[in-house]
Design a protein around this ligand. Sequence first.
Ligand SMILES: [Fe+2]
Length: 507
Amino acid sequence: MATLTRRSALAALLAAPVVVRATTPAEAFDAAAAREPWRLPLKGVDDTTGSRDCAALSLSGRWPEALRGRFYRNGPALYERGGQRYRHWFDGDGMVQQFSITGPAGAPVVAHRGRLVGTAKLRAEQAAGRFLVSAFGTAIPHDGRTPLQGPDSFNTANTNAIEHAGRVLALWEGGSAHALDPVDLQTRGPVTWGEGLAQMPFSAHPKVDPQGQLWNIGTAGRRLVVWHIDAQGELVSARAGELPLAHAMVHDMAVTANHIVVPIPPVTLHFDRLLSGGEPADALRFHADQPLRVLVMHKADITQRRIFELPPQMVFHVGNAFEATEGAIELSFIGSPGHHFLSQTAVALMNGGAVTDPEPSRTQRVRLHLASGRTELQAFDDDAEFPRMDPRRVGSAARWLLTTASWRPGQGTGFMHGIQLRDLTTGRDTRFDYGEGRVAEEHILVPKPGRAGELDAWVLGTHFDSRRRVTVLSVFEAVALADGPIAQAALPYALPYGFHGNFTPSA
Ligand SMILES: [Fe+2]
């Protein structure tokens, strides 16, 4: 046998094919999260950590004795399966979080339970050990063996959670609501509101008026459905209408005493482009030459409608709407000049890429004159999201709008570091900054029992503390937001960043 000289060994080495394994999206994410811990909640959960229980969170401060009930949140949570990582933040399977606040005065107990929503999609993919169907921003080649049976085959139930008429509804934009048991968060299944209505889209931002009446929309292509569910959870009506822009990304809606108000941004979703190999951004188109439309329909007859036109912008969320004066509606909402967050930031959050979001999302209010079609728009100089208002005033005049907000430059997270309570009548706001390394999630206003004033309320919400690597629930006095939390409950673990939630007081 010939002995390899050092020279021939080197020559053999150089001649050998060089195998360089590309970094996977999951590895790229993990490396970025190791450098920047604020990204850690975006690792998500797996089938094991998608069930979380903590009987007693670590409490601090003074928990108000009248604040007792269940705070729900929902958001995309499971991002990786079978070595594959989703490409868009909105793709993840939904996980509902429930914070239960119980106990006598002076001895409060805050417990947490989190459960992945048991959708048909989740169950099938758990069994298969891999993703089987495409998500909002990730094309998954379909194997042909898994039957596709309509929108709910793709339903991740990942956007909002609200307790209504004795059940928790886990909501998504394109298919059925899923009902969960409020006691143990077990998934009962998709909700069919009436005969012939299976899998009709029931969007994630229903509005429940003070009488418990629930209003919602659903969209698909050019179709629009207007839902009315009564306080007992029974269908009153489901009526069909038409969208002025086909395939528009319609996310939220508002109600007034007499009207349904639906912002329709000039952003369209073209899923076929994703399926034919495009990036998530290729599937989304911002039509800068088209207005932000606001569709106003009469509650009693949705064919009585008017479409208002505002400067082109992306709108995810509304604050409130109400009949302001004779023949005019006032609407508050958050809008950004383009769809950068949707098409770029939400992708970078998944792959560990640099997060740049040069487009602030501004709090705005507009007066819509029904007879003339005239609009009066006012935009505030802020960068806000997740608008919430006093639930006792849904559909009627409300002065205060609570949002997450960012005002410190150079955050570079795509998320916000604080919360803001804005007086829409004067434009003034008060703020609280969670501080460096902390990410604020949606906060809500929780009315104080037996009190009626708009700020007779607590502010309740979660944030991720990247230094302790845990999620923390905070309570503020709404009238003294800037003073900071009066009480906090810290989990021993981090939850995935969520979207939306709601509070149900104890009976
Ligand atoms: Fe939303």
